[in-house]
Design a protein around this ligand. Sequence first.
Ligand SMILES: Nc1ncnc2c1ncn2[C@@H]1O[C@H](COP(=O)(O)OP(=O)(O)OP(=O)(O)O)[C@@H](O)[C@H]1O
Ligand SMILES: [Mg+2]
Length: 361
Amino acid sequence: MLEPRDALAPLRALICALSEPVMLISPDGVVRIANAAADEVFVTPMEGARVRAHLRQPDASALIERALDPETPPEAVHRAVMVIGFASAETTWQITARRLDPDAGIDGTVISLHDISHREAAEAQRRDFVANVSHELRSPLTVLVGFIETLQNAAQDDPVARAEFLGIMSRETQRMAGLVADLMSLSRLEGDERIRPREHVSLTDVLRATIAALRPRIEATGVQLDWAVPDDLPEVTGDHDQLVQVFHNLLGNALKYGADGGRIVIGARLLAQFAAMGGPVIRVSVTDYGDGIDPIHIPRLTERFYRVDRARSRDQGGTGLGLAIVKHIVNRHRGRLLIRSAPGAGSSFDVVLPCAAPVPS
Ligand SMILES: Nc1ncnc2c1ncn2[C@@H]1O[C@H](COP(=O)(O)OP(=O)(O)OP(=O)(O)O)[C@@H](O)[C@H]1O
Ligand SMILES: [Mg+2]
């Protein structure tokens, strides 16, 4: 049955008003109506096109055959997932097809597409995260299980071996405790990333507290720590403990990975303005003169569990969550994290934070 073209006008108006890609297909598989979103997905005007030529992935073409089969009951809803990729990006679409109610007087099937890429990406991220956490917990657990067995058997009457094994077990337990503390920190931060901190905080106090906490490690590495922070820095709006956490990780990293350079500089400067942040801001930098980082790694350093040299970081008790936490805290403070590094010459990690109140000139 072929309706006069005008009979489709209200339907066309409706379909064209929808923002998701939608098409009306005739029983022989020709697209009768397609909105702009559908044309965009297939990068071609779809009206008049044969739908089978465009939905060719096996699941999608099976869906079309089922939906257009005259034997299929009209109330059936058909669904399939299809990935459409053009040069720059891939999108995962859920396709839904359903015959129009035959009593409506138009014989056709409506096909709509729903972008589920974000859902897929979030799901993949969650899977990776669980795999990473399990992997990080498994190695210390394996060590603990092994040593407990040894202590119960062979090393039972050997006080020297016992003391050594207990030392290793204590280190591995601390690693697991550190990992769990970092994971809890991350999940708390994700919860309140949108809530801006309210305290007025002196960055000088924050940096002093950080150095005091790391004093034993600074002394153990024998590195020279230079202080280039002016005495009259204005305050920032922030969360004192979280900012200590930021600089504890940055200075901790400089000590772990950059101490070979023999010198670490903690500097701070007040800037009248900075990029899109307006101003004034304070830019704090933690600079080391160690091995530096290959530029290919820099964009990924703030990903969870990302480590340039897994073995080296692990030896130092690192889990690769430090910079992910830093990034979250800096975001919560509406600040910026800037990483500059030259292989062989060292690295600078800068944190830019907005000042609490305009500085009197
Ligand atoms: N100052 C630095 N010099 C060289 N490499 C660095 C420096 N800071 C960080 N990195 C590299 O970036 C990686 C990620 O750092 P991040 O602080 O996130 O993790 P971590 O220090 O390995 O572990 P954690 O901070 O969880 O204890 C490190 O493993 C290291 O490879
Ligand atoms: Mg770290």
